[in-house]
Design a protein around this ligand. Structure first.
Ligand code: SAM
Ligand code: DTB
Ligand code: SF4
Length: 314
């Protein structure tokens, strides 16, 4: 595994003629994965809104007026019922998200129950709860957690402009605790917040130069939220630039599952098809992400059918 990417190397790779980039990405992809198979994950916000962090893109931050109502932590039975429905719809992984800066130890009791119960119905589990201490990571591992999602979000340079309440290093520390506890890492970020291409590549470099590559790399296209600071600066990236970024991620992290995450609702079928060709091999299914929309199940099923893609990577 390579973890010494420089900016110059990533930029050179990203900038080769499109056909050459896609060919290289497809070759790497085929060497490591079945190119006609993607992973389907499903998301549930188990604790919504009222978050003390100031992430300028997020509908759930208490710092902004976004119209999202804060709710308490869901009970375990409701979470499992939702997971069962997601499994019926074809999801193999169930991701539970909480709008916390970091979990309280007593909240973790219920989260651990959720993890064991969702595993009990035969799904992979992922949670995203904010920053963790080493002992909290161990508790999650003991509950049988498969993946922990914690994103670097963007490049180090752009990060300081969009989040002030915790540093990129805080996040990297949590990723270390997750790894040390033996949990697989899901770590990616967001594009479409008005950043230039250099920052998107800067984000991939942080990810690819972690001590081990994240097993899952979610690439989110910023899902529009009214009332947050990013609304003022957001710009939807050129679709070709999105495909180039996915291809670059595939080549830089050959064995990672790259997820086309938030923002698919803005993408045409053709753009998604190109992203799959460039090496994306995971999606979120279901009409809702956490607080924002995802493509309708029928549209996704129709797209995958036309592409001859099956969805059982896990
Ligand atoms: N509170 C936890 C945390 O931030 O670690 C977990 C939940 S948070 C919603 C998980 C990730 O979703 C963020 O790190 C960010 O990358 C992504 N995200 C949040 N809002 C988004 C939006 N409007 N569009 C795209 N991605 C978003
Ligand atoms: C990730 O990278 N994307 C998911 C998951 N991790 C938790 C979250 C997307 C959130 C989109 C905004 C919303 O629905 O509120
Ligand atoms: Fe809170 Fe996570 Fe949203 Fe940041 S991204 S405001 S930590 S819920």
């Amino acid at each position: 595994m390579r973890s010494d990417w420089t900016r110059a190397q990533a930029t050179t790779l990203y900038s080769v003629p499109f056909a050459d980039l896609i060919f290289q990405a497809q070759s790497v992809h085929r060497h490591n994965f079945d190119p006609n198979c993607i992973e389907a994950a499903s998301l549930l916000s188990v604790k919504t809104g009222g978050c003390p962090e100031d992430c300028s893109y997020c509908s759930q931050s208490a710092h902004y007026e976004t119209g999202v109502k804060a709710s308490r932590l869901m009970n375990c039975a409701d979470v499992v019922a939702t997971a069962r429905r997601a499994k019926k719809c074809g999801a193999t992984r169930f991701c539970m998200a909480a709008a916390w800066r970091s979990p309280k130890d007593r909240d973790l009791d219920r989260i651990c129950d959720m993890i064991s119960a969702v595993k009990g119905i035969g799904m992979e589990t992922c949670v995203t709860l904010g920053m963790l201490t080493p002992s909290q990571a161990v508790r999650l591992a003991d509950a049988g957690l498969d993946f922990y999602n914690h994103n670097v979000d963007t490049s180090p340079e752009f990060y300081v402009e969009i989040i002030k309440t915790r540093t990129l290093q805080d996040r990297i520390n949590t990723l270390g605790h997750v790894r040390d506890a033996g949990i697989k890492v899901c770590c990616g970020g967001i594009i479409g917040m008005g950043e230039p291409v250099e920052d998107r590549l800067g984000m991939l470099i942080v990810l690819a130069n972690l001590p081990s590559h994240p097993e899952s790399v979610p690439i989110n296209l910023w899902n529009e939220v009214k009332g947050v600071p990013v609304e003022e600066i957001a710009e939807r990236p050129d679709p070709i630039a999105i495909v180039r970024l996915i291809a670059t991620a595939r080549i830089m992290m050959p064995k990672s599952v790259v997820r086309l995450s938030a923002g698919r609702q803005y993408m045409t079928d053709e753009l998604q098809a190109l992203c799959f060709l460039a090496g994306a091999n995971s999606i979120f299914i279901g009409d809702l992400l956490l607080t924002t929309k995802n493509p309708q199940a029928e549209r996704d099923a129709n797209l995958l059918r036309r592409l001859g893609i099956t969805s059982e990577l896990a």
